[in-house]
Design a protein around this ligand. Structure first.
Ligand code: NA7
Length: 541
């Protein structure tokens, strides 16, 4: 079926996809192939989602290139040549542009189109989505491929308006920004901060790093792919993808099956050291119990703290860089290049605002509570996101009987059945977001798992002439409780982590553990069980 324009401002569809990042592009391709009238809308002028907006210096993915890519087309994976072990933002964006061109997806994407509101009509079983420029899309299904980290957190820095210099956000970084010779201040030391700080330190005259909570930063050890390495991977690609799908993290990791506290100190240290030298998230696979046993986690934390002492020249700076208020892994593990080494540079200064908070920004910089002043020309904000729910609550989404998603989720957090649908909002399906493995797994694997399930669901409904699917309220409450329970069986929710996993980084946000910590394998079983039982957990009508 082809999309039909009712009048110039209204487009009638089977499916409207919101977002043209990894999730939106695959949805568009798959559902179009399956014969649905589908279009995607995208705020940006280009495909890429996260990888379009996060173009700050040093932006890179912490999943290996060859795994952080689609597995659904053998020719695509054979013809695309990754350059480095871990892909830079520009390489991922180039890949997604290639996918859009190769599968002729652009003709079905409306760029620079932002959905501001969507209303469900129970009579016609259709959503009407409105855009900021007054257009309307009417569709049976509203598929939210909006990303988990697509809305930057509101700026909550005291007196920031008083600052007279340039203010940049890492999200939406203006292309071509030249900071050579400037005095720059970066606020935020999460994954983004840890990438942008070493990159800017090389370019600017002076860099002030404002840190509130130190992170455990694992070295990336990125490198160009070696001669023959990519060819060998390509020769085994199908099996490699299968291994990825069969690992809870959605990417195969040679996890050590041993528990940290069952081996002696020498073996424990040697294992940590080997993983540290190998770099990347694999570090967390050093032992099986790191996220489950406090003593094991303490051991790996001590190891990283000792590394900080070893790397950082100034013992006072080293002390400030050491996290000691939450377990390693309770916040998203940070992987970066030369992060701790950067603090040995003469042009880099660490300002800890935990003990001595920012009192106010000033026209020329900032002033701390004890009166200490720092001056700079450019302020860079790497202060994080209104994760998971931000992209939903930003829109005025009204479901059955006028129920506002914003009201429900702002009060209770995102409530979903299987992370796919929320009661009261029929035919609105979420891709790889709250309630599913999403950010705790290789996002691309998680996205493919969801898109394939959704495509089968839509076909099932089409064949049976079913018009709507909605989360069953009881099943939803059970799933939300299960997500919390699984998280509570790990060390993820522990400590003063202030983590965006539970909404703790945004003032007033309900605190509920949002991603599903059981991994893509267990989650896949739950999806299969639902589908095999006529979509248990949902009401089809
Ligand atoms: P994060 O991980 O939320 O980090 C945000 C950082 O900004 C973190 O260090 C915060 O300190 C800091 N921050 C936020 N607000 C303030 C204020 N008001 N004052 C001082 N410091 C502040 O976001 P990222 O963008 O780094 O990473 C998000 C994910 O993107 C990442 O995990 C990858 O999956 C990709 P805090 O810890 O709150 O004390």
């Amino acid at each position: 079926m082809a999309a039909a324009a009712v009048d110039s401002a209204t487009t009638e569809l089977d499916v409207l996809v919101v977002g043209a990042g990894f999730a939106g592009l695959y949805l568009l391709h798959r559902l179009r192939k399956d014969g649905f009238a589908v279009r995607a809308v995208e705020s940006a002028p280009e495909v890429g989602g996260t990888w379009y907006w996060n173009r700050y210096p040093g932006a890179r993915c912490d999943v290996e290139s060859v795994d952080y890519s689609y597995s659904w087309d053998e020719q695509l994976q054979q013809e695309w040549d990754w350059k480095e072990k871990y892909p830079a933002q520009g390489d991922i964006l180039a890949y997604l542009k290639h996918v859009a061109d190769r599968f002729d997806l652009r003709k079905d994407i409306d760029f620079e189109t932002t959905v501001t509101a969507a209303t469900w009509d129970g009579q016609s079983c259709r959503w009407t989505a409105r855009t900021s420029d007054g257009r309307e899309y009417v569709a049976q299904f509203l598929l939210m491929a909006v990303g988990c980290l697509s809305v930057p957190k509101e700026i909550d820095l005291p007196g920031v308006d008083a600052f007279g210099g340039q203010v940049l956000r890492t999200w939406g970084w203006p292309e071509g920004t030249d900071l050579a010779g400037r005095r720059v201040c970066v606020v935020g030391t999460g994954s983004t901060g840890a990438q942008v700080i070493p990159a800017l330190a090389e370019e600017v005259e002076h860099l002030t790093v404002v840190q509130r909570t130190p992170n455990f930063v694992i070295p990336t050890r990125n490198r160009p792919l070696r001669e023959g390495e990519l060819e060998a991977i390509k020769a085994d690609y199908v099996a490699r993808r299968e291994r990825n799908r069969n690992h809870p993290a959605g990417v195969f990791r040679a996890d050590n099956p041993k528990n940290a506290m069952e081996v002696d100190e020498a073996e424990r240290q040697a294992t940590f050291q080997e993983r540290w030298e190998g770099g990347g998230i694999n570090f967390l696979g050093a032992f099986a119990d790191l996220m489950f046993d406090q003593a094991a986690n303490d051991a790996i934390c001590d190891f990283v703290r000792a590394k900080i002492d070893e790397i950082v020249d100034d013992p006072k700076v080293a002390e400030l860089l050491k996290p000691n208020s939450y377990p390693l892994g309770a916040k998203r593990p940070v992987v970066a290049t030369d992060y701790y080494e950067t603090f040995n540079r003469p042009n880099v200064e660490l300002v800890d605002v935990r003990q001595n908070p920012i009192e106010s920004f000033t026209p020329a910089g900032l002033r701390l509570a004890d009166g200490e002043q720092h001056e700079f020309d450019t302020l860079v904000l790497a202060t994080g996101f209104d994760a998971f729910t931000g992209a939903f609550t930003k829109m005025d989404i009204r479901g059955r009987d006028g129920l506002r998603l914003r009201d429900v989720w702002r009060e209770h957090g995102p409530r979903t059945s299987l992370g796919l649908a929320s009661a009261g909002f029929p035919n609105m399906l979420m891709v790889a977001n709250a309630g599913s493995p999403s950010v705790l797994a290789n996002m691309v694997t998680a996205i493919e798992q969801h898109v394939d399930w959704i495509a089968e669901l839509l076909d099932y409904m089409r064949v049976r002439n079913l018009r709507s699917i909605e989360a069953d309220e009881q099943a939803q409450e059970k799933w939300v409780a299960h997500v919390e329970e699984v998280a509570n069986s790990t060390l993820w929710p522990n400590g003063d982590s202030g983590s965006w996993y539970r909404g703790a980084n945004v003032d007033g946000k309900p605190q509920i553990f949002m991603p599903y910590a059981g991994g893509v394998v267990e989650y896949g079983k739950a999806l299969e069980h639902s589908a095999a039982n006529d979509y248990e957990g949902f009401v089809l009508a």
